[in-house]
Each structure stands twice: as C-alpha cells, then as structure tokens.
Design a protein around this ligand. Structure first.
Ligand code: CA
Length: 230
C-alpha cells in the first residue's frame, strides 16, 4: 500500500471526523491532531504527504505552525492547506505568504476538499524550478509563486495565481469556462462555471493598476484568452 498520508490538524472534533471520513473514503491514509503540539509529534514520527491545518487552533495558531513547518529543513516541502472561516479569508490570503500552499473556506464539501488535496499533491510533483513566465512587463516566477508587473510585486489570491499561471503557460488560446475549471480547479471539482468569472474579475483587478488586465480577454460566447495582442 502506498496511499498518501494526510494529517488533519483541527481542534473541532466534528470537522475532524467529517474530514477523516471523506479522506478515508477517497483512499487516503489519515492521521489526526487536535493542536499544533500533537501535530508536531505525529510529523516527527512519520512525515505525512500533506497537512490540512486549521487557522484557529488553541496554543500555537495554524498560521504560526505553517510558518514553523516552512522554516524547518525536514518539513519545508510539506504541502499545507489551511482551513479557514469565511471571515478570516482576507487574512488567510495574506497568510499564504507565510507558507501555506492553498486554503479552503469553511464550510466546505468533502468533494471540494478531496479535489483541492489532489490539486496540491499534483503540484508537488517535479517543480519547474527557476522558471519564469513573462509577457510584456508581466512576469510570474514558478518557483517563488511571485507575480510582478514592471518590477513591482502584485498581490493576488492562490486561485488567481493558478489562473494566471495557466494563462501565461497557454497564451493566445481561448478556453471555455468548463475547460478552465478542468485545467485550473481540477476535473473532480464541482463548482459552478460562474466561479470562473468571479476569479477572472479578481485577477483583472490585481493586474489593473499596471494595465495588464487587458491581457485577460473575454471572447464572447467562448470564454477567455490570455493574449499580448490587442
Ligand atoms: Ca479551530
């Protein structure tokens, strides 16, 4: 058996149980911890393949724990998905800079959770180190996940980043909303197509101060395209 091992760190038992049930059903091996200290012990015993980390934990908070994991040699590459309440979403996006790979807002469905885990584990494959995608003055660093416009760093959420990464690696082609859902969100995700529009809007907003929002073009009746041509 080489099932991927997921560690869930969550102080609320009902959520922990729901997650464990969903992940076991999806074929993962699951370990659980109610706080960061317990999690540390479990990680020391055996390194999991991914950590689901609640933001609000008693003792050391999830975000501080994520920071610690990213600092230590052994756990630096360990993917972390933060679990967060809606009200904390803005903070979480900031918090992602501290090392979380993605986040999921509560309440989430088991299917959404499994899809996110798959997507993050897939990304953890052989990384395209040192690769930088660029278009005009816009550049995206695949290793550091930084996006800059004319040397200025741009702030954006993880989904907007993934969308932009996809667009920049597939320029000058039109993608329908459902194709974007498949390629960026993962084919096992059950989200509505208008979710794509929401994230396109956010991505354009992030690019707008430098005028790069024009690169994300709406193709009427078809979908979206990343293009440096007007
Ligand atoms: Ca909590």
């Amino acid at each position: 058996m080489n099932a991927k091992c997921i560690l869930i760190v969550e102080d609320e038992q009902p959520i922990r149980e729901m997650v464990m049930f969903a992940l076991a059903g999806a074929g993962y091996e699951v370990r659980e911890a109610a706080d960061s200290r317990q999690a540390q012990g479990i990680i020391a015993e055996r390194l999991p393949d991914l950590v689901l980390l609640d933001w609000m934990l008693p003792g050391l908070s999830g975000i501080d724990f994520a920071r610690r994991l990213k600092k230590e040699e052994l756990t630096r590459e360990l993917p972390v998905i933060m679990l967060t309440a809606r009200a904390e979403e803005e903070d979480t996006i900031q918090g992602l800079e501290s090392g979380a790979d993605d986040y999921i807002t509560k309440p989430f469905s088991p299917r959404e959770l499994v899809a996110r885990i798959r997507a993050v584990l897939r990304r953890g494959g052989p990384a395209a180190e040192n690769e930088i995608l660029s278009a005009n003055g816009l550049s995206l660093d695949l290793a550091s996940h930084r996006v800059s416009a004319d040397e200025t760093l741009l702030e954006m959420g993880p989904t907007e980043y993934r969308l932009l990464e996809f667009f920049m690696s597939h320029p000058e082609r039109v993608y329908s909303r459902s194709q974007l859902l498949d390629r960026v969100w993962g084919s096992n995700v059950y989200v509505e197509e208008r979710t794509v529009d929401v994230h396109i809007r956010r991505l354009r907003k992030a690019l707008e101060p430098h005028g790069y929002d024009a690169l994300i073009q709406t193709v009427r009746g078809s979908g979206y395209r990343f293009s440096t041509r007007v």
